[in-house]
Design a protein around this ligand. Structure first.
Ligand code: NOJ
Ligand code: CA
Length: 551
């Protein structure tokens, strides 16, 4: 039988640098995490995903790893990690680690050796190529910084980096590299972690010959030759085997993945992942990446949700999220900063009641919003800076900065807003990055005291989900697909159903219930307005309701 514990769960994602500083140096750490474990537990989540905690030069804030078997000294040490892990387990929280093996840091000892010569034990750990007719080995663009190749005089060769220059891609075709990966997995599993979120795992097998990419793709032109590459299933089967010895699960990140491709990883003879992160629903206001913007359209969001719900039904399991460390804050995108509480709670319902395993990103549960810094020089994210300095160069500085305000990953990486004290209670020192000035209004302490806060609303949703078979297992059906303002769906399971209604309108709007629900009275079990009358068919700005029916 399929193990189902991860299907019943809800995860909380921690990007530790900005979560809570326990020792006053301005940088979030595992001492702070330890202190906040009771808070995390109080949310009603069942697990934590840690973005990378390993030693890293931080060219990409932890996604450039220089030692896979240790903890970054700014975050603590292995002992402190074990303390956190043990306490989390005592509280009933599972812990999953980020496994970043498409690339390492250029400061990883493997790369430092590899770059020295063509004949050292690590020379084939990375993807090295000669120049092609005096030019780069192929035309691939990096996703983060210019072209995907960097020259190293010692070898008179170029190395491939799909991401930043300081993130050289590992050569997964080398069996020694795969052994290293398996060793790393065992190291953390032996320590007791419960699984992995596997970073851009669908990119690890590159097509032999590294053919030129398609010139008409605006970004990531080489993707057809490294996404779902020729030996991907073979490699993932090896990694899967390691996991079989442990009671753990694997969640793969699949940028640009389709339902068809995702099903090839999660089902059938190649099953190698339990869950996958896709990006489709993150494109309702942009294309490919948040930097290429277009006006938000609810229909696009609904279409993405429904596509995945229908495609995976009975076959695989969805992963649900609205925020993480790679995307700007959701209220600033799909909700409204004029209606933070209303839109924040509505957005919670719209995805927490879908079928799947939800993830909540730190700060999402209190409705944190985007930060708007005055100059690009204040931003620290490598991809934001690169976008700013590469695209739309003819636009005014104001316009380009506005794009950054709407798209930067730094908006999700500002310090967590705990209370109204200096630096939002994140640190007693000088915070490593700007605190969003709205912390005096939006913070945990205040929302703890307000029964109807976003924070307490999240708790209510999770508490309901946990004990409701229909919320966990029910099949999904969408209604009124063509509405540009209302998202409505139901979940049906063993004679019970839930009708979920979300308004994305800022004004009063009438709803019609689907015929199936017009004759009988449901019980409203959740609403984000206090005085809602369950018979009233008019929804206020960003109103959401969930009804329970016997059918
Ligand atoms: C996806 C990670 O979530 C992101 O933060 C990182 O920059 C890239 N992969 C490269 O590792
Ligand atoms: Ca610290």
């Amino acid at each position: 039988m399929e193990k189902d514990w991860y299907r019943r769960m809800c995860f909380y994602q921690i990007w530790v640098r900005s979560f809570c500083d326990g020792n006053g140096d301005g940088i979030g750490d595992l001492y702070g995490v330890y202190d906040k474990l009771p808070y995390i537990h109080s949310l009603g989540v069942d697990g934590i995903w840690f973005s990378p905690l390993y030693p890293s030069p931080n060219a990409d804030y932890g996604y450039d790893i220089s030692d896979y078997r240790n903890i970054h000294p700014e975050y603590g040490d292995l002992q402190q990690f074990q303390k956190v892990l043990q306490r989390a387990h005592e509280l009933g929280l599972k812990v999953i680690m980020d496994l970043v093996v498409n690339h390492t840091s250029d400061e990883h000892p493997w790369f430092m050796e590899s770059r020295k010569s063509k004949d050292n034990p690590y020379s084939d750990y990375y993807i090295w190529r000669d120049a092609r007719k005096g030019k780069l080995p192929n035309n691939w663009d990096s996703l983060f910084e210019g072209k995907a190749w960097e020259y190293v005089p010692e070898r008179d060769q170029y190395y491939l980096h799909l991401f930043a220059k300081k993130q050289p891609d590992l050569n997964m075709d080398n069996p020694k590299v795969r052994e290293e990966v398996k060793g790393i997995m065992r190291f953390w599993l032996d320590m007791g972690v419960d699984g992995f979120r596997e970073d851009v795992i669908t990119f690890i097998s590159k097509k032999a010959g590294l053919p030129d990419g398609l010139p008409f793709l605006p970004i990531a032109n080489g993707m057809p030759f490294y996404k779902d590459g020729p030996r991907i299933h073979e490699y993932l089967a090896e990694f899967r085997k390691v996991c079989e010895d442990y009671d753990c699960f694997q969640l793969g990140e699949g940028p640009m993945t389709t339902t068809k491709s995702a099903l090839s990883y999660m089902t059938g003879k190649h099953k190698s992942l339990d869950l996958m992160f896709h990006f489709d629903h993150m494109m309702a206001d942009c294309m490919f990446t948040e930097y290429i913007q277009r006006p938000f359209q609810l229909k696009r969001l609904k279409h993405a949700f429904s596509k995945w719900q229908y495609a995976l039904e009975g076959k695989a399991w969805n992963t649900l999220y609205l925020e993480n460390h790679d995307h700007p804050r959701i209220i600033s995108r799909y909700g409204s900063e004029n209606y933070i509480r209303e839109s924040g709670t509505m957005l919670a319902v719209c995805y927490l009641f879908l079928q799947g395993t939800p993830f909540i990103y730190q700060g999402q549960e209190i409705g944190m919003t985007n930060i708007r810094l005055k100059s690009i020089d204040q931003y620290v994210d490598v991809s934001s800076k690169n976008n700013y300095h590469t695209f739309h160069l003819k636009d005014s500085i104001e316009k380009r900065l506005a794009r950054i305000h709407a798209s930067s990953r730094d908006s999700s990486r500002t310090p967590m807003q705990w209370d109204t004290s200096a630096n939002a209670g994140f640190t007693t020192g000088k915070p490593w990055f700007y605190v969003n000035p709205n912390y005096t209004r939006i913070n945990v302490e205040r929302q703890e005291q307000e029964p109807d806060s976003i924070l307490n609303f999240y708790r209510r949703c999770l508490c309901y989900r946990k004990q409701s078979e229909v919320a966990l297992w029910g099949t999904y059906h969408e209604y009124y697909r063509s509405s540009g303002k209302i998202y409505m769906y139901d979940r049906v399971w063993k004679g019970k159903s839930l009708l979920v209604i979300c308004s994305f309108a800022e004004h009063l709007i009438s709803v019609r219930f689907p015929p199936k629900y017009r004759q009988q009275q449901g019980k409203m079990i959740l609403c984000n307005y206090k005085d809602s009358d369950q018979e009233n068919r008019k929804l206020r700005a960003f109103e959401t309701r969930v009804y329970e029916y016997e059918i």
